[in-house]
Design a protein around this ligand. Structure first.
Ligand code: 5U1
Length: 686
């Protein structure tokens, strides 16, 4: 409040509409920064929307007040008829690619040779290493700090003017911030779509019966090369800067890392996953560390980029053809390849779910030979228009089962044929049924009739996260079922050396080991036991919550729907599934037989409140010195804590070990407590 000459408060004038508009713009830019850069929004989305609409309303009555950096420009203006062309003042180059360690050694050797003095002396060389984003290269031109033009790479010399579309990307500043804003600056980098936004976009495409995008890169490209910027505005594209075209850099920016640091100060997004290295071994360390954590990144990358850090050394090295000599992309093995669908067969899971599987002409994807890929369900086959005989794009990411991303209908052979779902189960001949509201078809046989369901259920029972019976693999279990040694999980505990010896390729020692592993599995936890039963919709987390809530198996078996619904993670679908499972006398009989065989767990007298870590959430990252991830998670959960896979503001603590990557960075950014394994053990009194 203002004061008069005598220091008495004078009510200030309410702000004019024009002043209000200016205040709204400042607020919206602040909220944007909090949301996207700091990951710490101070207001709910609804408040952002309210102020946004208020600003829109003022600008609608006074279009002359709309500034060129107004956040309202981000919804996209009128659609274009065509994109106009933009001549790049400095060509947009591509990078030379390498795939092998030897390519990196050769790059370092070439660099050293290129920089050595006439006397043959090699100067100190620093390399900057960052990520190779799987997106679309873009140039952003700022004049006096204001975004005036954005263009695609095109052929490197001439690109397309996508300024209006780029303005809709909320992480790209419409006006640079801070001091020392250059008169001219051309920022180069990559536009990309985060994985979660890609999934959301494809869900929307599917709901609207529109064609889905094959991968986030295609989706980013399709979203940016839209004549209607309003469509781009809905896609939540992102941007990371990694280079500079024309412009005036400030004197302190003499290296790639200094450039990225300066960009950050100007409000231009840069990726934090970067390092400096001094030799090939350090570059390769970065490559391997990123390769390990790649799946956890929120966006797709297809490799890493190495650059000579100092600009004067970059200039000295210069260019060859259309790529700089001072940089290289070290690509990961491709995750997508073309192959043909030789056949489509169906697999029957432990719950009877029928999954069509494409039998593929063998193809190397990401360093592994792929011969099968899941097609999920019949609807998916229709949607992706996959025929037997088609050329398809197959994708393998991390450890997940390879999948067919899309077919290439233009290469469809004349003898290609459509897949139709069989009407009876190939394993037991029972009818295959599909409930109206389910995408999945199921074998109606049940585990008693259908050997495939039985095998699946037994395999799940013995698996690592369930009863963890070492050495009891899928093939061995299949044999046991086929030779009718076992029908239910309880039969496993009746097996002796004599029965096992009858199996193919079963040496005495292996049989002894398996009998010992089965016996050892009797000592378990209630959560593992519940999970091992293979009840539909009851995954590991739900099983843990059920165990914590009921404390023993019999109270769970007798629970009413009302009681079940009180458990975290249990909704009506899970509750119904549990009730149906325990209503079946055969299932109850198997549980009793397992208990009679000696399966047991520690009887817990601790209530949730008495537990040390009750209500606390932990994230594990990196390699811990003595504990495996599973062991650390088990200790935390025994103390009532929860283990989650990603870091958020709600995370209580991050337990970090060697080579911790993006999760550690995120924790540091969010101010989440980071502890070492020893701290965890101390807190647990160990
Ligand atoms: N991280 C990164 N990606 N990327 C792509 N840096 C980088 N540099 C590039 C390209 C095409 O070109 C430089 C010559 C600026």
């Amino acid at each position: 409040m203002q004061t008069d000459l005598f220091g008495v408060a004078v009510p200030s004038e309410p702000p004019s509409q024009q002043q209000l508009a200016a205040q709204y713009r400042v607020l919206l830019n602040q909220y944007n920064q909090e949301y996207y850069e700091l990951d710490a929004p101070s207001v709910p989305d609804a408040e952002y929307d309210r102020i946004f609409r208020a600003l829109q309303a003022i600008e609608a009555t006074h279009p002359e007040w709309q500034t060129p950096d107004s956040p309202t420009l981000r919804v996209g203006g009128a659609a274009l008829a065509v994109f106009s062309q933009v001549q790049h003042a400095v060509p947009m180059l591509s990078l030379n690619n390498g795939f092998e360690d030897t390519d990196v050694l050769a790059f370092v050797k070439r660099t050293e040779e290129g920089l050595q003095s006439e006397l043959g002396q090699i100067p100190p060389i620093e390399y900057a290493a960052d990520l190779k984003f799987d997106g679309l290269a873009i140039s952003l031109l700022y004049r006096d700090g204001l975004l005036v033009q954005a263009a695609t790479r095109g052929d490197g010399s001439v690109g397309e003017d996508v300024t209006e579309n780029i303005r809709t990307i909320r992480t790209i500043p419409l006006r640079l911030r801070g001091n020392g804003i250059p008169a001219l600056l051309e920022v180069r980098g990559e536009v990309l779509l985060f994985k979660e936004d890609f999934i959301r976009l494809n869900n929307r495409q599917r709901a609207q019966e529109l064609k889905e995008f094959a991968n986030p890169r295609n989706a980013a490209a399709g979203s940016l090369r839209q004549l209607d910027p309003k469509i781009t505005a809905q896609r939540n594209l992102r941007f990371f800067a990694y280079g500079v075209g024309q412009g005036d850099l400030i004197p302190t920016v003499q290296s790639h890392t200094a450039l990225l640091g300066w960009y950050s100060e100007l409000g231009i997004p840069v990726c934090k996953e970067q390092t400096v290295a001094h030799n090939a071994a350090e570059l390769l360390d970065f490559y391997r560390a990123i390769e390990k954590t790649r799946e956890q990144l929120p966006y797709e990358i297809d490799g890493v980029v190495y650059k000579v850090n100092a600009f004067d050394q970059q200039r000295q090295l210069g260019f060859v053809a259309r790529a700089p000599r001072f940089a290289m992309a070290h690509k990961f093995p491709a995750q997508e390849q073309l192959t043909t669908v030789q056949d489509i067969e169906v697999q029957v899971g432990r719950t009877g779910a029928i999954t069509p599987v494409a039998r593929l002409a063998p193809v190397q994807v990401g360093g592994v030979t792929v011969t099968n890929a899941t097609l999920h369900n019949e609807d998916e086959i229709r949607r992706k228009d996959i025929w037997i005989g088609d050329v398809v794009i197959v994708r393998r990411a991390g450890d997940v089962i390879p999948e067919v991303v899309a077919s290439v209908p233009t290469q469809r052979p004349v003898n290609a044929r459509r897949f139709s779902m069989p009407t009876v189960c190939p394993h037991c001949g029972s009818a295959i049924i599909k409930l109206e509201d389910e995408a999945i078809a199921r074998c109606s046989g049940g585990w008693i009739t259908c050997p495939a369901q039985r095998k699946g259920g037994l395999w799940h029972f013995a698996s690592r996260k369930a009863m963890c019976i070492d050495g009891l693999g899928e093939q061995l279990l299949d044999q046991m079922v086929d030779k009718q040694l076992i029908v239910t999980a309880a039969d496993l505990y009746k097996l002796g050396l004599v029965n096992l010896a009858a199996l193919d390729r079963m040496a005495d020692k292996s049989a002894t080991n398996i009998v010992a592993a089965i016996a050892a599995s009797k000592k378990t936890t209630l959560a593992r036991f519940i999970y091992a039963l293979g009840i539909r919709h009851v995954g590991e987390t739900t099983a843990k919550d059920l165990a914590r809530f009921f404390g023993d198996i019999h109270p769970l078996m007798e629970a009413t729907e009302e009681q079940l619904l009180q458990v975290d993670e249990v909704g009506p679908v899970v509750a119904k599934s549990l009730l149906a499972f325990f209503a079946d006398p055969l299932n109850r009989e198997v549980v009793e037989q397992l208990l009679a065989a000696g399966v047991h767990w520690p009887q817990s007298e601790q209530t949730a409140e008495a537990l040390r870590f009750a209500g606390k959430t932990f994230v594990l990252t990196g390699t811990l010195p003595t504990l495996s991830r599973e062991q650390a998670a088990a200790l935390i959960e025994q103390a009532g804590g929860k283990v989650q896979s990603s870091v958020s503001k709600k995370t209580t603590m991050v337990v970090a070990g060697a080579d911790a990557g993006s999760k550690l960075l995120k924790a540091q950014e969010l101010g989440v407590n980071v502890i070492a394994e020893q701290d965890l053990l101390t807190m647990l009194g160990m």
